[in-house]
Design a protein around this ligand. Structure first.
Ligand code: HDE
Length: 710
């Protein structure tokens, strides 16, 4: 557990620290027990193994014997341990949780798990990035997948969403193109998990429908600080059907109670190098510490008769419905409360599919969704090696399931009886159909009239590609807009072909916003872009991350910089506050192991300035004591403090350590630079700063001072 809260007895009694025991204290030894505890080591056939150290050989220095079936079984199994990674969303991290419905949802759906408030529905969630391979870092500039499986009493329901409410393309037939374009380039397999390269921007520059999703990708949404701090969206338009058969179109939203927050791009790049597991580790630690993240599930409901009342098409996945037009109705709560027992068995083998629905939920004709309904099962056939992946424990429905589908690779069920067809009289026609509600609960597709010509064309109502990209941009706060501008500049700087950069500026950005297009053009030494007639849009507040502040600072991480002679009393005050607020407190110094306080007690350290850099934390506190904190010769402490400042985080200097600032002329006083003799005097100010996540004014001021903002 990383939540290093130090017990008083641990501190007091540890005058002579026992390093081995200190290490052990951070582990729960019981959690290391396995299903094999107490059992003999055997082959897969159950044969007890006498020697697991040596291959059978012709003499102790002789060649291996083919006869060694024990070694061969072990190596053969090992050779086949990997399965193909997902073609997209390969890097992922899962957790178990529960869903609890709120009252009143039967107005628009008959789904039992959404309407029966007596039921708590178990669920599994997998967060993912899209572009990178399984071993890629956690914070590339990328979309995050946010897929949920609800194990309901009526069958499994999968809500397979992203952390951005729109998608790159309008028709599923373009999916292989956009994915090929963003993945590493085919000739040299470079770059890994990055959109900043020619093929992606070439495709984008030639595909105007990508404009809206790409501007989300250039925003801070693409570099989340934590999985706990991302919003989720179903993206496609679905239907909800109530017991009377009344249909509403629906957009799904899930909103984190922890607030929506991101890192800075400079931080993301550094974190990816120093801890590529940053997001997954953080979620794991939060759940292990009992700091369970929560999301509120909500819906935007559009009555069937209002389908055409918007100036965009609700079947077009490159469009969102502003919350000012259709508010989000909360329908339930998701809590993640259990880490997996085994990553491969659960997170890797979980198989989601938007076609996994239950009565009361149905599809729209969104052309992207229609292709998705086919693709997910198809991909599992190759990834999980056959048609029986629904029998893998993580994918199994918790309600009974029976049909006449038989055999196939990895069949785990020993089906009994003679009748494996329907109708049959040998087994009295079991398993039988169930009529739909009200007499039964069988699934019935929405009764939609279809009368059309067979065509390969897109509706004209899908034609406007820039209005909502502009809507998103103008709805951002100034610092968010600045990050978007800088992201385009960064990405296009990595594009080698000048004509692609120019096409993006002239044929895409100039249709979104003048200032954005001119800024990017200027930074790339391109001619000023043409002036366009821009869509008139009304900003939508809820498109900015700032509209989703956190309710508390639970699971925020505080780096406490300590040296020998630190004030024990002050440390205990900080620790009590951290426990009360649920803040993760970690002590760091110029060395590892432990430090000694002014009362001669010893304190275990999480690590040193290099092993636990400031980018892993939300704020830095420099703790003093009898001795002044002294910068080390190599400059690691100075770098630590400067980096905290540069990344706009709160910086607290206690017990006279503000003298350190005078050695760092770049640090200007602001609301996040807090200097006080003791912690009690700063705790409210620190909490307020942490709730705001970053000191945004610091960044805007620096940009103004250097003439970047014009
Ligand atoms: Fe997916 N997508 N997708 N996608 N998608 C997959 O299924 C696909 C789309 C999303 O954690 C694949 O099991 C097509 C939109 C998530 O296991 C694959 C199209 C959205 C995940 C596939 C889309 C998503 C996937 C790859 C365009 C947001 C990870 C592995 C028509 C609503 C699920 C797999 C997990 C995974 C196909 C577009 C979300 C290939 C054809 C839009 C979160 O089947």
């Amino acid at each position: 557990m990383t939540n290093q809260h130090y017990s008083k007895s641990e501190l007091a009694g540890a005058d002579t620290p026992d390093k081995e025991n200190d290490n052990l204290k951070t582990f729960d030894l019981n959690s290391a027990r396995s299903d094999a505890t107490g059992h003999a080591l055997t082959t897969n056939q159950g044969l007890k193994i006498a020697d697991n150290q040596n291959t059978l050989r012709a003499g102790s220095r002789g060649s291996a014997l083919l006869e060694d079936f024990i070694m061969r079984e072990k190596i053969t199994h090992f050779d086949h341990e990997r399965i193909p990674e997902r073609i997209v969303h390969a890097r992922g991290f899962g957790a178990h949780g529960v869903f609890q419905a709120y009252e009143g949802n039967e107005r628009f759906t008959k789904a039992a798990f959404l309407t029966n408030t007596q039921i708590t529905t178990p669920m599994f969630v997998r967060f993912s990035t899209v572009q990178g391979s399984r071993g890629s870092p956690d914070i590339p500039r990328d979309v995050r997948g946010f897929a949920m499986k609800f194990y309901t009493t009526e069958g499994n329901y999968d809500l397979v969403g992203n952390n951005m409410p729109v998608f790159f393309i309008q028709d599923g037939i373009k999916f292989p193109d956009v994915v090929h374009a963003v993945k590493p380039e085919p000739h040299n397999d470079i770059p890994q998990a990055a959109s900043a390269h020619d093929t992606f921007w070439d495709f984008v520059s030639l595909t105007p429908e990508t404009a809206h999703h790409v501007i989300w990708l250039m925003s801070d949404r693409a570099i989340p600080r934590s999985f706990r701090g991302i919003q989720g969206f179903g993206v496609n338009t679905f239907r909800l059907i109530n017991a009377e058969g009344k249909s509403h179109f629906v957009k799904f939203h899930w909103t984190p109670m922890q607030g929506v927050f991101s890192v800075l791009w400079d931080e993301a790049q550094k974190i990816n190098g120093k801890d590529l597991d940053f997001n997954r580790r953080e979620l794991w630690d939060a759940i292990e510490s009992g700091l369970y993240p929560e999301w509120e599930l909500g819906v935007q409901l559009i009555p069937e008769e209002d389908e055409h009342k918007f100036d965009f098409d609700i079947l077009d996945a490159t469009k969102l419905i502003p919350e000012e037009l259709v508010p989000v109705t909360p329908i339930g709560k998701i809590t993640l409360n259990r880490n997996v027992d085994n990553f491969f068995a659960e997170t890797e083998q979980v198989a989601f599919c938007p076609a996994h629905v239950v009565p009361g939920i149905d599809f729209s004709n969104d052309p992207l969704l229609q292709a998705r309904l086919f693709s997910y099962t198809d991909t599992q056939l190759i990834r999980l090696g056959g048609p029986n992946f629904h029998q893998i424990p993580i994918n199994r429905a918790v309600c009974p399931f029976h049909n006449n589908q038989r055999d196939g690779y990895h069949q785990r069920i020993v089906h009994q009886g003679q009748a494996n067809y329907e109708p049959n009289s040998i087994d009295n026609n079991w398993p039988r159909e169930t009529p739909p509600a009200p007499s039964g609960g069988g699934f019935e597709s929405y009764y939609e009239r279809v009368d059309a010509h067979k065509v390969r064309e897109r509706s004209e109502s899908f034609n406007d590609h820039f209005s909502q990209a502009r809507l998103f941009y103008v709805s951002q706060t100034p610092h968010e807009q600045q990050h978007i501008k800088d992201a385009y500049v960064f990405e296009l700087t990595k594009v080698k072909r000048a004509y692609i950069r120019e096409r993006i500026v002239n044929e895409m950005l100039s249709y979104i916003d003048d200032d954005l297009a001119s800024y990017v053009a200027q930074k790339l030494s391109l001619p000023m872009p043409p002036k366009r007639e821009l869509a008139t849009v009304t900003p939508s507040k809820r498109l900015s991350q700032e509209a989703f502040p956190p309710l508390d600072i639970r699971a925020r991480r505080l780096a406490l910089l300590v040296q020998d002679g630190f004030s024990m009393q002050e440390f205990e005050t900080i620790q009590d506050w951290a426990i009360k607020e649920g803040v993760i407190l970690e002590c760091i110094s110029d060395h590892s192991g432990f430090v000694t306080s002014d009362t001669n007690a010893t304190l275990p350290l999480k690590g040193n300035y290099q092993s636990e850099p400031s980018i892993f934390y939300d704020a830095t506190v420099v703790l003093g004591g009898t001795k002044e904190v002294v910068p080390d010769q190599e400059g690691y402490l100075m770098h630590y403090i400067m980096e905290t400042y540069k990344h706009l985080k709160p910086l607290v200097f206690l017990n006279g350590n503000e003298r350190l600032i005078t050695t760092m002329p770049l640090i200007e006083p602001d609301e996040g630079v807090i200097t006080m003799p003791n912690f009690t005097a700063v705790q409210e100010q620190l909490k307020t700063a942490l709730l705001k996540h970053r000191v945004w004014d610091r960044e805007m001021q620096a940009k103004k001072d250097s003439g970047i903002i014009f």
